[in-house]
Design a protein around this ligand. Structure first.
Ligand code: HEM
Length: 316
């Protein structure tokens, strides 16, 4: 049952459709430290070491925003979790201490000669979130840097430098009624200091957090293996808590993505979640099911959920 606590269940209605489900966050925090911190940081660092080109990309013009984000996140880690992190800044001299990992980072703000990695790459090794910088230029929002270890079937290399609307080209129906233009206008109006949060969801077969487009052949094939019998073990509801924050100094946008997984066997323990998940999967428009990779096993998954709802009814 403990895996259910704190899991950001994404469904608020019985029928899912794309919407700008962003809400303002109070307190305005861009990141969260959870009980999985150490395990996830270990995985993030392994991925960065083995596949750096895949997991980190930056354009040179992102450097000022990278510094601003490093300061912001070290400050936030320390102020929200003082028992686990400390951060001091005296003039330009900075010292960040990560007590959970027994590490420290000493550097001079905006002096690249004092750090071995780019600032986003360095601070990204202390947070569970994937970090994306959207440069706010006069003609739109552009993806100018990112540290992305846990993408849900997309590629940082592919979208680097792309404009917001083009990034979303593959998403079915998202251009209809100017939807994605409205979302872009919404983002461009976010004021410094405010944080907006939305949830996105998908399903992962197995409990793999790193599912980049580049390794689809490794993890995507498991979609063929789902049966009514093994769905509870294999299927994981994958929720991305995404936050948007306008940088007060550089006016670019920081987009953070915190990915959570919940095994179906755990999800069904909560009766209201079981029913809501069932309704949403059952009524999911086919083009969205296809895009999210659910079509292959949707029938098996629904049978599994129906069996469990039936068991629940008989147990009452
Ligand atoms: C500004 C930061 C954002 C970035 C960098 C970003 C990036 C992406 C990427 C790379 C994808 C996958 C596209 C593909 O399959 O090729 C995606 C999917 C999507 N994005 Fe965004 N996005 C951002 C913000 C938003 C916001 C604010 C919304 C609000 C509606 C949104 C709505 C969606 C939707 C609906 C999908 C499809 C997801 C799914 O069905 O799993 N995005 N986004």
């Amino acid at each position: 049952m403990s895996r259910l606590n704190g899991f950001p269940f994404p469904f608020t209605k019985d029928q899912y459709t794309y919407s700008n489900n962003s809400v303002p966050l109070d307190p305005a925090k861009t990141i969260t430290v959870t009980a999985d911190y150490k395990n996830e940081l270990e995985l993030i660092r392994k991925l960065l070491q083995k596949h750096h080109q895949r997991c980190f990309r930056s354009l040179p013009l992102s450097i000022e925003s990278q510094w601003e984000i490093m300061l912001l996140l070290f400050n936030e880690l320390a102020s929200c979790n003082p028992e686990s992190f400390t951060f001091q800044k005296m003039g330009g001299e900075c010292l960040f201490q990560n007590h959970l990992l027994a590490e420290e980072e000493a550097f001079v703000f905006r002096d690249v000669s004092t750090i071995d990695l780019e600032p986003l790459d360095l601070v990204g090794r202390h947070v569970q979130e994937d970090l994306i910088i959207m440069g706010d230029r006069h003609d739109g929002l552009f993806l100018e840097a990112g540290q992305l270890c846990f993408p849900s079937n997309w590629s940082l290399a592919f979208v680097q430098g792309m404009e917001f609307k083009s990034i979303h080209n593959q998403v079915p129906g998202i251009q209809n009624d100017g939807f994605i233009d409205k979302v872009e206008r919404f983002i461009s109006k976010i004021q410094p200091g405010a944080v907006w949060e939305r949830k996105n969801w998908s399903i992962t077969v197995t409990n793999k957090l790193d599912t980049p487009l580049e390794t689809y052949s490794v993890w995507g094939k498991h979609r063929q293996e789902v049966t009514c019998e093994n769905a509870g073990d294999l299927i994981h509801l994958r929720v991305e808590v995404q936050r948007l924050f306008r940088l007060p100094m550089n006016h670019d946008v920081l987009f953070t993505i915190h990915t959570y997984l919940l095994q179906l066997n755990d999800l069904i323990q909560q009766e209201s979640w079981l029913k809501s998940f069932y309704q949403n999967i059952k009524t999911l428009p086919e083009e969205i099911a296809e895009y999210k990779g659910i079509s292959t096993y949707r029938t098996e998954l629904l049978r599994f959920l129906e069996n469990h709802m039936e068991k629940g009814r008989r147990g009452r």
